[in-house]
Design a protein around this ligand. Sequence first.
Ligand code: ADP
Length: 555
Amino acid sequence: MTKKIFKSIISVSVIVFALGLAFVMGILYRYFGDEIKEELRKEASYLAVGVEKNGTEYLESVTFDDSRITYIAEDGTVLYDSEANSDSMDNHGHREEVVEAAKQGSGEAYRISTTLSERTTYYALRLTDGTILRVSSTQYSVTALMYRLLRPLILILLLMFALSAFFASKIAKWIVKPMNELDLDHPEENQAYEEVAPLLSKIHKQNRQIKNQIDTAMQQQAEFSIITENMQEGLLVIDKYTMILSGNSSVWKLFQTKEKTGESVYSLDRSEEFRRVVENVLEGRHGETVLRSPAGHVRLIANPVIHEEETVGAVLLFVNVTEEIERESLRREFSANVSHELKTPLTSISGFAEIIQDGFVKPEDIKMFAGRIYKEAQRLIQLVQDVIKISQLDEKEIPYEWQNEDLYCLVKDVLDHLAEVAKKQDVQMDIEGDRTILRTVRPILEEALYNLCDNAIKYNKPGGNVRIVLSEDPYEIRIAVKDTGIGIPQEDQGRVFERFYRVDKSHSKEIGGTGLGLSIVKHGVTFLGGSLELESEEGKGTKITMVFPKDTKES
Ligand code: ADP
């Protein structure tokens, strides 16, 4: 802008100056032309008096410095000329001023020399005898004058140009300064030029609009982050070149990596399967698959982002399905185990029944066979009951009610139930501890304690002992079942709570175990918000403790 103003001022100054100069010169030239004309007229009238009296002689007696005098006879013959020999001069009768003077008494004319450098003004006066006295004066023509004045003119022009440039630069800066100092953040507060007020008010309006738009965009961004950051699922947005545009913290946690915004999505997972789904989704096709991530199994749901019928990117959702998949595989394993466990007693029952049916059994042995069928059927019933309990705990289908229970009474009830079995095994049972109140679900805790005590009797030695110890501190309540039985080998201790895991399969079966007892204990205690501790030494005995925090949250 400064440059433009500068150039404009210079151009205007130069043009105005040149025009002004030409104008002044024209006026001066014209003024001096008129002066000359007037002088010629006066000179002609003085000379006319002398010539009227003495003719050519008068003219010859006078010297002329500035002007040229020509005396012409009536027929146009030159009688006298102050600068040339009159005899050699041609007839002047047709000269414009001479013709005019002959007719009207006086005549005027201008003639430019052939070189255009001079302009001659003629004034002719008719005398009483009809002769013509002509006075002329020569001056520079405009062109010649210009040519002669060229150097000073150029000098003046240069000077004027320099002066104009100096002032133009100052003025341009002076004009632009307030514009440069405009505060565009607060346009309304500026008082620069009245002319820019509408522009400033427009800027103010646009500033407000932009601010509103930015505020809205930021608010939406904040809302989006709050939503995505609170999602447990991982969320990624990628562009059509697979570059990660944004991702929530869950996704980085799932892949156990630092934030990878701006990198290719393939840097998260290099598997063939992942590449296939990403390629498909960027071709506009929805895709789903399960991937292995450092955090476990992750289900990927990929949806294309389509804009104006073109896939411009994709949204990838990652859901941690490790638990789901593990539960599924556990369930499959459990079903396979259950089928196997059911098959064994059923095969026995069917075998015994077949032998009886075929008449291979002596009548006196029938009772014994019936007894074995009964025992296997009992095992079956026990197994089915345990499977039902496990399934109920798995699906949390047990109708339960949380109540404050006196553990001493509860333990006593369980021991009463088992008194006969213990007696048969020659095992002594006792309780250590006082009245202890725990908020719990009685049937679940009772079942767990029953199984622990049952095992403590089953896997005991004749003359052995089972002791239930109740204890509490400010934080937790502990129910320990201690026996003096066969103990659990160190290598099996980590697995006895698994479904169908038995240390000695044949011994367990023989004494009626299903392999589900401790699994039911573990499920039940977890359901009640507690945990289990196991201490055991082979040949010496086992201690299994249920630990419940006092502020158990009811689930
Ligand atoms: P089971 O129905 O076979 O008793 P459990 O799940 O109750 O199944 O127990 C799993 C295995 O742990 C048993 O087969 C047994 O070998 C072992 N076990 C459980 N309790 C005791 C204990 N008190 N003393 C020694 N071994 C035990």
